[in-house]
Design a protein. Structure first.
Length: 110
């Protein structure tokens, strides 16, 4: 049995629609972490993310005893990180896209 973090998916505040990129949800806050689940349950839950607003991401065990989340980054996120790195901006891996964009905008304005 693998462990999963249960994420809320982000919604557009104006319309309430789920925000998605390339038919995948944009993940928001963690609702619950380290949930032990069977693969078939995860498949069922993740298929209904558009209606439920929940998406599960497997928690991987790192070499150290820390737990890390395995999340595939979308093209928009990779572009943000590349731009931030190019500008010499230091940021944590778990920084949100909006916060990272703010840091980029501040660096450009200087």
């Amino acid at each position: 049995m693998k462990k999963y973090n249960k994420h809320y998916v982000k919604r557009n505040p104006a319309t309430g629609n789920v925000i998605e990129e390339d038919n995948m949800p944009v993940l928001g806050e963690i609702a619950k972490s380290g949930c032990p689940l069977e693969d078939n349950h995860v498949l069922i839950i993740n298929k209904s993310w558009k209606s439920s607003g929940i998406y599960l991401v497997e928690v991987k065990s790192a070499e150290s005893k820390d737990l890390k989340i395995s999340v595939t980054k979308n093209d928009a996120r990779l572009a943000l990180e590349a731009e931030a790195t190019e500008l010499g901006i230091k940021f944590r891996e778990n920084i949100g896209d909006d916060k990272l964009q703010e840091k980029i905008n501040e660096a450009i304005e200087k």
